[in-house]
Design a protein around this ligand. Structure first.
Ligand code: FAD
Length: 417
């Protein structure tokens, strides 16, 4: 085949972005999507007039000017609201402390605040710690009191594994890593933290993140309801569900790739060792509140976060909601039955009233010491055949939407003819 023809597998933000970039370069592209709508993890639906983010409560921002420029060239800024994040930590005593917690020690009750201060003063004179995992990092960077009151229980709820297994090297650049001096300065100056990527965010006025997926999908050749069942090398071409292509960009889950592959000798058996976990997202009506996200280290229940999606856009909640009511998604890193959810909701703030729920099995790719090596070895075997990996579960990376777009931009620069 002389003409280049690209198969993109998966119409999440990664597949949609790379497909658009290729089409705009004049390439022929077909996107295969197993579901009935584009979006992947950013998909939303409507339940009883309420916008339901099936995973999370996706908001958009980026620190990368190239990504921002690309994004605003492809969606209309007029269709978005620009909001300031108001995130809080719901402490076990019921109080709310603004996020990030270490910058708002002055909002804590006195006993806890004093203990954190003692830790910080001790850390100032202690020798520089030698951390090599996430658990060490949290204890040494924030002190044992904040670790016990917030970081350990909150992260245990999300990650459901020992934090000592998460290598620190992978976290560099992904987490704020303030020094003791910076923490003290932020508290003394009562400075609002504005460096985090979602300190302010963009959010569609209508239809939540589904609007982003639908806008990027418009005009692309997308085969919905079409799961890819085989990717077979046939001479110089690839046959994807028997249709011929020169290049394949795989944006689905790498653990599901080996049984799809045929006609190529690649040993991907080690991808079996990649671990992830899923999220139960519960759509609820909740008491009205001023927050965007509420983080919950409280061990009295299993949920780690309330995402107040009803506060993201006035169009996300039905107009007939009773006075004093809003809507939200409540997240659990566990697969729960409806009965278990109803039981849990009784101990979660804002009196959540159940509307719907779903479980998504792959939401958080777990990072272990060997994870990056496994992905790199898979890429090295597949790229010479013009089969590329892109996206959160194709690359087992903790990408946000903007990082997925950035990865698509980088991939485009490396494609073989
Ligand atoms: C709880 C949570 C909250 C988040 N919040 C934010 C946020 O606020 N802001 C932000 O920027 N990012 C957020 N993210 C990250 C964001 O969801 C991801 O970066 C992004 O959605 C990943 O997109 P993707 O295309 O790489 O993967 P996916 O969205 O997983 O897309 C993969 C696609 O492949 C399809 N597929 C799978 N197998 C096949 C097959 N065999 N054939 C055809 N199609 C197939 C799937 O149906 C899916 O559509 C959040 C993530 C989580 C888990």
């Amino acid at each position: 085949m002389k003409m280049k023809r690209y198969a993109v597998i998966g119409a999440g933000i990664s597949g949609l972005s790379v497909a658009r970039m290729l089409v705009e370069k004049g390439e022929q592209v077909v996107v295969f999507e197993k579901e009935s709508a584009p979006g992947g993890l950013i998909r939303c639906e409507w339940v009883e007039g309420t916008l339901y983010h099936r995973v999370g409560g996706h908001v958009f921002n980026s620190r990368n000017p190239e990504v921002l420029q690309w994004f605003w060239e492809h969606v209309n800024k007029e269709d978005f609201l620009h909001a300031k994040r108001h995130a809080v930590v719901n402490m076990p005593d019921g109080s709310m402390v603004d996020y990030p917690i270490e910058n708002h020690l002055y909002q804590m009750r006195e006993e806890l605040r004093e203990a954190v201060l003692d830790d910080l003063l001790e850390m100032l004179v202690a020798p520089e710690p030698d951390d090599d995992n996430f658990d060490d990092f949290l204890q040494h960077r924030f002190g044992k009191t904040l670790y016990r009151a917030y970081f350990a229980p909150y992260n245990r709820k999300i990650w459901r594994c020992s934090l000592t297994q998460v290598p620190l090297a992978w976290l560099e650049g992904k987490l704020p890593m303030p020094t003791v001096r910076e923490i003290l300065a932020a508290n003394i100056g009562q400075k609002k933290e504005m460096n985090m990527v979602h300190s302010t965010f963009h959010y569609p006025k209508h239809n939540g993140s589904q609007h982003i997926a639908d806008t990027l999908a418009a005009g692309l050749d997308i085969r919905l309801n079409t799961p890819v069942r085989e990717i077979r090398k046939d001479g110089e071409s690839w046959l994807v569900n028997e249709e011929a292509f020169t290049h394949v960009i795989y944006c689905a889950n790498i653990k599901q790739l080996p049984p799809l592959l045929a006609g190529v000798s690649a040993n991907l058996s080690e991808v079996d060792r990649l671990d992830a976990h899923g999220t139960t997202s519960v759509l609820c009506a909740i008491d009205k509140n001023p927050y965007s996200w509420v983080y919950m280290p409280n061990e009295a229940h299993e949920s780690h976060r309330v995402i107040c999606t009803g506060n993201f856009s006035p169009n996300n909640s039905p107009h007939h909601l009773p006075e004093g009511t809003s809507t939200a998604t409540i997240e659990f890193t566990l697969q729960l039955s409806k009965e278990e959810i109803l039981e849990q909701l009784q101990r979660i703030p804002f009196a959540p009233r159940y509307l719907s729920h779903c479980y998504t099995p792959y939401t958080y790719p777990l990072q272990k010491g060997e994870t990056r090596g496994i992905i790199e070895r898979a890429k090295q075997q597949l790229a010479p055949h013009r089969l590329y990996l892109l996206g959160r579960f194709a690359e087992w990376e903790y990408y946000n939407m903007d990082a997925a777009i950035e990865a698509a931009m980088k991939l485009l620069k490396t494609l073989h003819d």
